[in-house]
Design a protein. Structure first.
Lengths: 213, 238
């Protein structure tokens, strides 16, 4: 049987389905930002951005951008009624203090024990930059990772041990890829679902890890 | 009479010494006090340590200060950007020292300095390269890393409005580092778009109390393009 990996938008829609009414959520830069476009209508979800805003609304119409109102990716955003601004120490206190329900982050690698590597390739000529990645990973009640399952050369990004420099230790609770949704549990990585046509055994073969059903 | 108003950015920056540690507000260029950075370039102090979230964009502002070879060290969380070429080349040639700090640790280290805290244990960074060599401690079953405060000689920030006592309010996400940097420096300079009479700012809404601010200078609000303030009804440059 053949299978089709999810598109980036399909992945975003899949993550969005799991974000409940009333959740305070931070969407990381890049792929996770797409989740905002798929949040179910009628669910009241408060989006946080670490530069100091809660209650982010839709992107502004062309011509209405206000560059004093941006997200962590420095894109212009809007504010919903009820939204508010605060300074950086308060913003990171919200994260570190466990007040955010969910953060969704991209990743280079996630280990079988939920270690996350998403800030630095460790290449000798790379200039390191970390931003808020480490704070987000340790702070939210649940850290979701959203990434392609395989690298361009076909290696699994879910690994026994991360080979890239770590962002945080044992912080990931759930992984959404273009092939599957998996939970990181004390007993190891568990398959929640795979894309139609992809058997669990084939997913295990691609991942190279003993994934529980 | 207390009057913290000064007439120009140059006057506001008088006295910055060589080797000073200077905090510069802003996230990207929202809240970036570009007029004060230009005045710092004019002022001429060298061997500076700069504390900012980033390491300069394009060729203006902080990037121009770096390009003028006035910065010995930068403490920031996210130096690498598509247009951070000035920093990138100084870093690669070994002409600038980088202390890379997770963004929340940067904010809290600044806050700690301003609040008189001698450091703190944070879970952020535990088990990573950025915590190497730092003291760690297990507290209630969780691992933490000890981080020290960052004090500055100067803080250069931007606010929306201020009065002659130095009380400040900000605009939207341009608030970012302003309120905490204001507390952590010996001399805090606030560039504001509006100077208002004492009492005009609602005391319930003052974000930075004037005790933290030493000099206030009015600057024009200019459309600065991407990540800067845009005048209502104008289009930002593509």
């Amino acid at each position: 049987m053949s299978y089709t990996p999810l598109t980036r938008d399909q992945m975003a829609a899949r993550v969005a389905r799991d974000i409940p009414e009333g959740a305070y959520v931070n969407l990381g830069i890049g792929l996770p930002t797409l989740v905002a476009n798929h949040l179910p209508m009628g669910r009241e979800i408060v989006l946080h951005s670490e530069n100091g805003v809660l209650g982010i609304g839709p992107a502004p119409a062309p011509g209405d951008e206000d560059y004093d109102l941006i997200n962590a990716g420095k894109q212009p955003v809007t504010l919903l009624a009820g939204g508010c601004y605060f300074h950086h120490a308060d913003s990171f206190g919200m994260m570190r203090g466990g007040h955010l329900d969910i953060c969704v982050l991209g990743a280079f690698q996630v280990s079988a024990t939920g270690d996350l590597a998403n800030w630095h390739t460790g290449a000798p000529d790379a200039i390191p930059a970390v931003g808020g990645a480490m704070d987000l990973a340790v702070g939210a009640k649940k850290t979701f990772v959203m990434m392609e399952h395989l690298t361009r050369s076909g290696e699994s990004k879910i690994v026994e041990r991360c080979t890239y420099p770590l962002t945080a230790v044992a912080c990931v609770s759930r992984i959404y890829t273009d092939l599957a949704v998996l939970d990181v549990t004390p007993a190891g990585v568990t398959i929640i679902e795979a894309v139609p046509g992809l058997t669990h055994d084939e997913l295990r073969r691609l991942t190279g890890l003993p994934l529980a059903d | 009479m207390i009057n913290k108003l000064v007439s120009s950015p140059a006057e506001a920056l008088a006295g910055v010494h060589d080797g000073a540690t200077v905090m510069i507000g802003g996230f990207g260029s929202a809240g970036q006090p570009s007029e004060l950075i230009d005045a710092l370039i004019e002022q001429g102090a060298r061997e500076l340590t700069i504390v900012n979230n980033n390491a300069g964009n394009g060729e203006t502002g902080l990037a121009a200060l770096l390009k003028a070879r006035r910065v010995r060290k930068i403490i920031c969380s996210f130096p690498r950007q598509v247009d951070s070429q000035v920093f990138d080349s100084l870093y690669r040639s070994g002409d600038i020292e980088l202390e890379l700090v997770p963004q929340g640790n940067l904010a809290e280290r600044i806050r700690a300095a301003g609040a008189g805290i001698g450091g703190f244990f944070t879970p952020t960074g535990y088990g990573t390269e950025l915590a190497k060599g730092k003291e760690t401690r297990e507290i209630d079953g969780r691992m933490y890393v000890y981080e020290t405060p960052i004090h500055a000689d100067w803080a250069l920030i931007k606010a929306e409005a201020g009065d002659r006592w130095g009380n400040l309010v900000y605009r939207k996400t341009a608030r970012n580092f302003g309120p905490i940097m204001a507390t952590a420096a010996k001399v805090t300079v606030a560039a504001v778009h509006d100077v208002v009479e004492l009492g005009a700012l609602d005391p319930e809404h003052v974000v930075t109390p004037g005790i933290f601010v030493h000099r206030v200078v009015k600057v024009e609000r200019t459309a600065t393009g991407p990540a800067g303030f845009k005048q209502p009804g104008t289009r930002s440059p593509a």
